[in-house]
Design a protein around this ligand. Structure first.
Ligand SMILES: Nc1ncnc2c1ncn2[C@@H]1O[C@H](COP(=O)(O)OP(=O)(O)OP(=O)(O)O)[C@@H](O)[C@H]1O
Ligand SMILES: [Mg+2]
Length: 246
């Protein structure tokens, strides 16, 4: 069905001080798809994710969320429909876990406190943190904090979830618990774009891997093709480096 298209990014461009870091990026995402965005440092992955909800305003191109064009004029409403999980969690340190998961539901979505509380408990349960509702972020491990951040995003009923290197600030032993939550979400049919170096996640969860370099999409394809039969030498070289160091 054509109306399964959740996110449609068309020819997005962005330059900083004359340096073009996105040189015409197009990709799309259907309901329930997980796409993993990979590429070397500085290739424009974060800029691309940020352009989707205008945290960075693109210079050119069009972006559609469920058929509605993302514009300056509707950006607040659009942002409420897009979940964003950052590398460094971005939790409110003065609020409990419960309040972190409930505050946007109340302030942005206008939900009543009891409904927001119930939903927050459901999402904390889903990410394995039912027993941490009363804790403050500083009392949690990085992996737990990141799972709170995922619960907070889920509680907003996002149409798409964007992850920017969600595990790269974590010690290796804490990465697995966050990756498992993301894998579960992918299995459950969440629509997601994930920037990550976790190739085990990419292999298992991605419907498509997009390889970016120097502001271009160099190649995109299923994990099977990208890992075993990628056509571009650059893709192969990058995946080899990740395999050795990542
Ligand atoms: N606010 C900014 N002002 C100026 N230049 C920027 C800004 N943000 C990013 N850049 C530049 O744009 C390019 C792309 O950066 P971006 O952060 O999107 O890359 P990335 O692929 O996410 O890299 P990494 O893997 O290191 O996170 C880089 O050259 C970066 O220095
Ligand atoms: Mg980045």
């Amino acid at each position: 069905m054509a109306n399964d298209l959740i996110l449609d990014v068309q020819d997005v461009r962005k330059a900083y001080d004359g340096l073009e870091v996105l040189k015409g990026i197009s990709f799309s995402l259907c309901k329930g798809e997980t796409k993993v965005l990979i590429g070397p440092s500085g290739s424009g992955k974060s800029t691309l994710l940020r352009c989707i909800n205008y945290l960075t305003v693109p210079d050119a191109g069009r972006i559609y969320l469920n058929g509605e064009e993302v514009l300056d004029t509707n950006i607040d409403a659009i942002r409420a429909r897009i979940g964003f999980v950052f590398q460094d969690f971005n939790l409110f340190s003065h609020l409990t876990v419960l309040d972190n998961v409930r505050i946007c539901q109340i302030k942005v979505n206008g939900k009543r406190k009891d409904a927001a509380t119930e939903r927050a408990h459901q999402e904390l349960e889903r990410v394995g943190l039912a027993d941490k509702a009363g804790a403050y972020p500083a009392e949690l491990s990085g992996g737990q904090q990141q799972r709170v951040s995922i619960a907070r995003a889920l509680a907003m009923d996002p149409e798409v979830l964007l992850f920017d290197e969600p595990t790269s600030a974590l010690d290796p032993e804490l990465t697995g618990e966050v990756v498992r939550v993301m894998q579960q979400l992918a299995t459950e049919g969440m629509t997601m774009v994930v920037v990550t170096h976790e190739m085990s996640f990419a292999r298992q969860a991605a419907d498509e891997i997009i390889f970016m370099e120097n502001g271009y999409i160099v190649e995109q394809g299923s994990p099977e093709i990208m890992f075993t039969d990628s056509r571009q030498e650059r893709t192969r070289a990058f995946l080899n480096v990740i395999a050795e160091h990542g």
